[in-house]
Design a protein around this ligand. Structure first.
Ligand code: PEP
Length: 251
């Protein structure tokens, strides 16, 4: 039985004061959610404040990206160890906005997943097709390319493969108000589970959590979570308010 996992990707929103306020508001609303893992992913600058605000609660903190080198002359970058030492448990890797605006590729995603593991972080690896790719009938090819190449050479025992979280985020459903139907989402989640089975075997693939992301809200989370291969959600816009995020966590 996979434990549901709901994570909020705050993107470039909420300064330190706002981050603390959101977590303070969220704590009482989600304290009864004992059967679900919860994380928020603030901007790196707000991570320490978020970790402090969430201390002793069921809310974990994640980064939104990392760089694969441990340290050095890489202006503007943040290492896995820096996120870990600030109190992060997770890190989002390969979000479509990073692929689209910052030149992220499967190759850099692969390096970042390895770096996350070496730092003791659990990677949330984002995959998903654009609207043109879906309409061109390429959804499965794109998802396969993202999953297989992002996870190249990531194997036990060197890496804690069981900690990988995959987030299936169809790009056309991110921030657009368009959600994949539960059938569309389940179809791709089942396909990702099949790819993971080919990579890691059935026992391990059955343990890996696959989140759905794309305009998830309190009023559509229930039907998504009822699908056999949907194990949680990566939430953008609706994670920026305590009540809307809590409405998803408490599905
Ligand atoms: C996201 O960017 O990861 C996301 C799913 O955004 P939204 O929920 O706003 O569509």
């Amino acid at each position: 039985m996979r434990r549901p996992f709901i994570a909020g990707n705050w993107k470039m929103n909420l300064n330190i004061t706002e981050a603390k306020a959101l977590i303070s508001g969220l704590i009482p609303l989600v304290k009864g959610a004992t059967n679900v893992d919860i994380a928020v992913c603030p901007v790196a600058l707000a991570v320490p404040a978020a970790v402090e605000a969430a201390k002793g609660t069921n809310i974990k903190v994640g980064g939104q990206d990392l760089y694969w080198e441990k340290s050095g002359a890489f202006t503007g970058q943040i290492s896995g160890d820096m996120l870990k030492s600030a109190g992060c448990e997770y890190v989002i890797i390969g979000h479509s906005e990073r692929r689209q605006f910052f030149g992220e590729t499967n190759e850099t995603v692969n390096k970042k997943i390895k770096a996350a593991f070496l730092a003791g972080l659990k990677p949330i690896v984002c995959v998903g097709e654009s609207l043109a790719e879906r309409e061109g009938g390429k959804t499965f090819d794109v998802v396969k390319d993202h999953v297989v190449n992002s996870l190249a050479n990531i194997k036990l025992p060197e890496f804690n493969v069981e900690d990988i979280v995959i987030a299936y985020e169809p790009v056309w459903a991110i921030g657009t108000g368009k959600t994949a139907t539960k059938e569309q989402a389940q179809e791709v989640h089942a396909y990702i589970r099949k790819l993971l089975t080919e990579l890691y075997g059935k026992d391990l693939a059955d343990k890996l959590r696959i989140q759905y992301g794309g305009s998830v809200k309190a009023d559509n989370i229930k039907e998504l979570m009822a699908q056999p291969d949907i194990d949680g959600a990566l939430v953008g816009g609706a994670s920026l308010k305590a009540d809307s995020f809590a409405g998803i966590v408490n599905f």
